[in-house]
Design a protein around this ligand. Structure first.
Ligand code: F0G
Length: 460
């Protein structure tokens, strides 16, 4: 069914096992907020009605993934489950070495501890927070080189995740000796789940080849990125998504992966690369921190589930539903006058809280205020991506982040259109009373990554 011919977004699955959602009252949620010091990471998940905190590890596995789990072989070394997993990875990303890890940041930690270090600089379109933190933890510098449109919340550029090739070339010309590799994140999560075009990836490859630098992908949402290429890039509309993914992989020398996103896992990741010496060094580090190279911090059953997930995520019916259903939410909010980052990304809708609540100063955390109000009003858990997350500088000063966003991330195959319609209704009700939302102040915060554990109170 390539073109269903009807407008309804067809969810290409039906429900086989249900998880109850317990309804809560507004009074109860007010109490939960007080207990959590207005930090949504501190709210118990059973007190959430629709959990849009993240799309990472929160998706529903399929019948066939649960069946694959029964094939898990838990041998310490050389498990057949490893080979099933490595073959499934290579079917899409034909790299020589496939090294499993427990999640994406473990792959980052291992790779950058080998190739990073003081004086080094790693260019990326936009580093995700853990990627940046793992680069910086080695003393290296993490440089974001996304195109200018990628920083403009109103630009409708179809590939806002693209790397600025001129700036990349400039960095390689002036600081080439310090660059161990170039990274591209597909899709660009920190920039709003925006895709990178095939043409841009080919351009990055050409620059890397000219300067003799390896190209790595942070490929968590590779299938969503490939679907956007098929939909938006000239000459790509008739291609099989798996084929586009293989072409992307062929442009790169290696990848890090969080298998908690497109590979449909609840846990997992990998590091894959062609360079034999680098792979040996990474495996040696892996043994110290993750485990033996044929399981890397995962159970054999996890490896089997991921192998099956990789087959499912490149199916066109799934990707059409996935991208359309995210756009459905974003478009509905936009139609109701709620400012959202455009174009709508693959895995999430980002509300522009600074524009929605202009009465709040960025240092009163408009994103936090909107996120707390969504929970209080309708039990919806979202994630502030703004001044709370990025405002504290390493020197202790506080400045407004570039944007104050609230991310509504959509877990894969988990919520129905009715749940999404409910989210739209709650957002609309919130927009009607947005003038009355209070700002927040932080009363206690840790030294780093404060958004996870800080305590807040409303400014009355
Ligand atoms: N790279 C990107 C682009 C990511 O979005 C994430 C995680 C990681 C790396 C790290 O992977 O969590 O498996 O260690 N993003 C999640 C999110 C946490 O909510 O966007 P991980």
């Amino acid at each position: 069914m390539d073109e269903p011919g009807f407008r309804t977004i067809f969810e290409p699955f039906r429900i086989h096992s249900v998880e109850p959602l317990r309804l809560t009252t507004r009074a109860e949620r007010r109490e939960h907020l007080r207990t959590a010091a207005y930090n949504l990471f501190q709210v118990r998940a059973e007190h959430v009605l629709v959990d849009l905190l993240t799309d990472s590890g929160t998706g529903a596995m399929s019948r066939d993934q649960w069946a694959a789990i029964q094939h898990g072989d838990e041998s310490y070394a050389g498990s057949p489950s490893y080979f099933v997993f490595a073959d499934a990875v290579r079917e899409l990303f034909p790299f020589e070495h496939v090294i499993p890890v427990h999640q994406g940041r473990a792959a980052e930690k291992i790779l950058f501890s080998v190739i990073g270090g003081p004086g080094r600089v790693v260019p990326n379109n936009t580093h995700f927070d853990t990627t940046r933190a793992n680069v910086e933890a080695t003393g290296a510098e993490a440089l974001d080189l996304v195109i200018p449109e990628g920083l403009d919340p109103t630009s409708d550029h179809p590939f806002k995740g693209n790397m600025d090739l001129a700036r990349l070339e400039e960095v390689l010309t002036t600081r080439g000796d310090d660059v161990p590799c170039v990274f591209v994140t597909i899709t660009n999560n920190s920039g709003g789940g925006q895709p990178v075009s095939l043409a841009n990836l080919r351009g990055v490859r050409e620059v890397c080849t000219r300067f003799g630098k390896p190209l790595y992908l942070d490929a968590c949402r590779f299938a969503e990125n490939a679907w956007f290429i098929r939909e938006r890039e000239e000459g790509q509309g008739d291609r099989d998504v798996a084929d586009i993914v293989r072409e992307i992989a062929a442009l790169a020398d290696g990848m890090t992966m969080s298998a908690k996103k497109d590979p449909m896992g609840n846990i997992g990741g990998w590091l894959a690369l062609d360079d034999d010496d680098l792979a040996t060094a990474c495996r040696n580090t892996l043994i110290l921190t993750e485990g033996f190279p044929t399981y890397g911090g995962l159970a054999g059953r996890d490896l089997e589930a991921l192998a099956q997930g990789l087959k499912e995520v490149v199916q066109h019916d799934y990707l059409r539903y996935r991208i359309r259903s995210t756009a459905y939410l974003g478009e509905a909010l936009r139609d109701r006058g709620i400012p959202v980052l455009s174009p709508i990304g693959g895995h999430a809708v980002y509300i522009d809280a600074r524009r929605l609540a202009p009465h709040l100063d960025p240092l009163e955390y408009p994103g936090q205020s909107v996120a707390v109000a969504l929970y209080e009003l309708g039990g919806i858990r979202s994630c502030e991506i703004g001044t709370v997350m990025f405002g504290r500088r390493p020197d202790g000063t506080e400045v407004p982040a570039a944007m104050d966003l609230v991310r509504l991330a959509i877990p894969r195959r988990t919520y129905t259109q009715s749940h999404v319609d409910y989210v739209i209704e709650v957002c609309e009700a919130l927009a009607e009373r947005v003038d009355s939302l209070p700002g927040y102040r932080i009363v206690d915060e840790p030294r780093a990554l404060r958004h996870f554990t800080a305590s807040f109170e409303p400014i009355t």
